[in-house]
Design a protein around this ligand. Structure first.
Ligand code: NDP
Ligand code: GDR
Length: 327
């Protein structure tokens, strides 16, 4: 039975990737950082009904010794490094922590593998945010990077460390440059989930307004279920490499709002308001990925449309709020 270790197992992608790999017959270990709120830890794994099937091991990305111990205990064939301080807006308020977790944390994991498990295949969760002020209308693996936030700068360091371990030590280390991907398990602070949660509250009479920041920014949004499959495919190849994963379609925040409100038979124009403090010190205006390489080499294609994803997210938030109202 192949085995894997997933950092960030309690996050959106960690939960979907765990379920996917369990379905492929893997033994799944997940790195869990200690928290005083242990009652809410693993909520997403619960949601997917797989909490009992994932073996949680203690560790923190900023503590190299804990990573070495985890790797020695689990003896994984594959390691997926998904853990990060992943919220771009927070990275200006906590730039050093973001650097330590999102940047140095990846370097720690690579070092832990070099020391304790050099044969393991490694996946690094890189990000389209690294393109930032994008220098090409559609971004692919050859597009130059221009990070616009402490988060993106930290991801860029982690990305190049991954490439460096491949080139220096022959590590089977891949970097997946993933564009935004969402789902009902998306953190509530990210704009898509904030919108679908807002739509549900307004529909159920729990709120009247939804405060948002920049509505003109555009993102290439896919579904997390499609994107975790791409991570696994990267580690199936004969040689390690980097891949852009995207849908190729770009949509504004305003248009996402329109779709989500319309799904609930509401109009965004009646409810969306400008929220104070929600504009970023530097914005990434437009992202649109070109995943031709992933299609050609990995045989990967997105299967879930933006409209279907919006419907799934709004339905899930309506169900969550209805359940809370009944409780
Ligand atoms: P989430 O924010 O949902 O999950 C982040 C995970 O990292 C959580 O499990 C969190 O644990 C864990 N974590 C944070 N700090 C530490 C630490 N010091 N030690 C160990 N674990 C830690 O992110 P997503 O699932 O959305 O994304 C997964 C990865 O992919 C991230 O690296 C993100 O930056 C990257 N990415 C995401 C994209 C997206 O659109 N979703 C696009 C491109 C890249 P806890 O539950 O304890 O907080
Ligand atoms: P992003 O996602 O920064 O692209 O990073 P987010 O959903 O936070 O922002 C997307 C865009 O929406 C605009 N926006 C708002 N954003 C939030 N969060 N809240 C608001 O109220 C709001 N109003 C407008 C933002 O300005 C931005 O332009 C995500 C994360 O998952 C990263 O970890 C990942 O690397 C990238 O996607 C790819």
């Amino acid at each position: 039975m192949p085995s894997c270790l997933i950092t960030g197992v309690t996050g959106q992608d960690g939960a979907y990737l765990s379920r996917f790999l369990l379905g492929q017959g893997y033994r799944v270990f997940g790195l869990l950082r200690r928290s005083a709120s242990s009652d809410v830890v693993g909520e997403r794994l619960d949601w997917l009904g797989i909490r009992d099937r994932v073996t949680l091991v203690d560790g923190n990305l900023v503590d190299l010794s804990s990573l070495i111990r985890a790797v020695r205990d689990c003896e994984p064939d594959e390691v997926y490094n998904l853990a990060a301080q992943s919220f771009v807006a927070a990275s200006w308020r906590q730039p050093l922590l973001t650097g330590q977790v999102t940047g140095l944390g990846a370097a720690n994991m690579l070092e832990a593998l070099r020391i304790a498990r050099p044969q393991a295949r490694f996946y690094q969760a890189s990000s389209s945010e690294m393109f930032g002020q994008a220098r090409a209308p559609r971004q692919n693996e050859t597009t130059p990077f221009h990070p616009r936030s402490p988060y993106a700068a930290a991801k860029l360091y982690a990305h190049w460390m991954t490439v460096n371990h491949r080139e220096s030590f022959g590590a089977f280390a891949c970097s997946g440059i993933l564009f935004n991907h969402e789902s009902p398990l998306r953190g509530i602070e990210f704009v898509t989930r904030k919108i679908t949660d807002g739509v549900a509250r307004i529909k159920l009479g729990l709120a009247r307004e939804l405060p948002l920041g920049n509505l003109e920014a555009r993102r290439d949004w896919g579904h997390a279920r499609d994107y975790v499959r791409a991570m696994w495919l990267m580690l199936r190849q004969d040689a390690p490499d980097d891949y852009v994963i995207a849908t190729g379609r770009t949509t504004s925040i305003r248009e996402f709002c329109r779709l989500a409100f319309y799904y609930a038979q509401l109009s965004h124009e009646d409810h969306v308001v400008a929220g104070p403090g929600l504009l970023r010190p530097a914005e990434v205006d437009v992202l649109q990925g070109d995943a031709a390489k992933a299609r050609r080499v990995l045989g990967w294609e997105p299967t879930i449309s933006l409209e279907d994803m919006v419907a799934e997210m709004v339905e899930a938030d309506l169900a969550r709020h209805r359940a809370r109202m009944r409780a």
